[in-house]
Design a protein around this ligand. Structure first.
Ligand code: CLF
Ligand code: SF4
Length: 291
């Protein structure tokens, strides 16, 4: 394992806040999240998607944007946000559950080819759609993988929608995990740089983070981000992981992959450098208010 202060991805260091591994690199570039993904095709037990102006967490945006509005928003953001280098789509639903995200990426890539395009997905549709993502210019990919054991996954994602049918429990977990690992392998073969987000869920997957890191590394992922659970929805009875629990999970993950430590659990419409600058209010005016 390389020392924490050295860049994991020299080409992206200082150019992508979530693929930079030094503090300086993380602070050097801004990202724009475009909330164009309306729905989701799986049901995570901790997920409560919402439209509001105040909550600072994934799955939340002030409102959805259409692909047309997203292109116009990107144009305004480029004039407003210093060092804007990355345009990401991370919700509020899953970017691969509908066509809005891929259409948006294709249009932005055609107009501003120098922007790095980034997507965050649950991975269910990745094997089917990764070629479209690559063709639309997406270079950096995050897949949320919370377990590689279907029995554990059944507690985290009790149901999914697959081929227009509802699939439940362990069968749903197996399908999701198989698709995630296959999608990661295909994305790696296409040359995308892949990070894994793993939500650390006390009593559910906290003993399993090393196994997740090992399996995704084998599939082709290059970095992992262990995100402490925000106890919501069906998991609102659980506690947020302690500092020690987070540390233990990162140590287990670090045996297999570089660990990203600058995550700010961003909104689906965040704009700026995560944790450092926030231009959401400037960009959207009264339509949205940050913090
Ligand atoms: Fe956005 Fe995610 Fe791309 Fe970054 S966020 S789609 S990889 S550009 Fe970054 Fe925010 Fe953490 Fe995500 S700090 S929640 S890891
Ligand atoms: Fe929510 Fe994301 Fe899970 Fe979909 S994949 S249910 S948006 S956390």
């Amino acid at each position: 394992m390389r020392a924490a202060g050295t860049p994991a991805f020299p080409d992206l260091e200082g150019k992508h806040p979530c693929f930079s591994t030094t503090a300086e690199g993380h602070a050097a570039a801004a990202r724009l999240h475009l909330p164009v993904a309306p729905g989701c095709n799986i049901a995570c037990a901790f997920c409560r998607r919402d439209f509001n102006r105040v909550e600072q967490r994934p799955g939340v945006a002030a409102r959805l944007l259409s692909p047309d509005e997203a292109v116009a928003t990107t144009e305004r953001a480029l004039a407003l946000v210093p060092n804007l280098a990355v345009v990401g789509i991370a919700g509020p639903g899953d970017p691969l559950a509908s066509d809005h995200a891929i259409e948006t990426f294709a249009r932005i890539h055609a107009r501003w080819p120098d922007l790095t395009l980034c997507v965050s997905t649950n991975g269910l549709m990745l094997p089917e759609r990764v070629d479209e993502l690559a063709a639309a210019g997406v270079a950096t990919l995050t897949v949320t993988v919370n377990s590689v054991d279907p029995e554990i996954q059944a507690h985290i994602t009790p149901k999914i929608a697959w081929r227009r049918k509802r699939v439940n429990g362990v069968e749903a977990g197996r399908r999701l995990i198989d698709n995630q690992l296959e999608g990661i392998a295909r994305a790696a073969a296409l040359g995308l740089t892949i990070k894994i987000n793993t939500v650390l869920i006390p009593t559910v997957n906290d003993h399993h983070i090393g196994a997740v890191a090992e399996a995704v590394a084998k599939a082709g992922a290059r970095m992992i981000n262990v995100i402490p659970l925000i106890p919501e929805h069906q998991l609102s009875h659980l506690k947020e992981p302690t500092f020690i629990e987070r540390h233990r999970a990162r140590v287990a993950a670090a045996k297999h992959l570089r660990v990203f430590t600058h995550c700010r659990r961003c909104r689906a419409d965040a704009v700026g450098v995560p944790g450092l600058t926030d231009f959401t209010r400037d960009l959207y005016g009264d339509d949205i208010q940050a913090e």
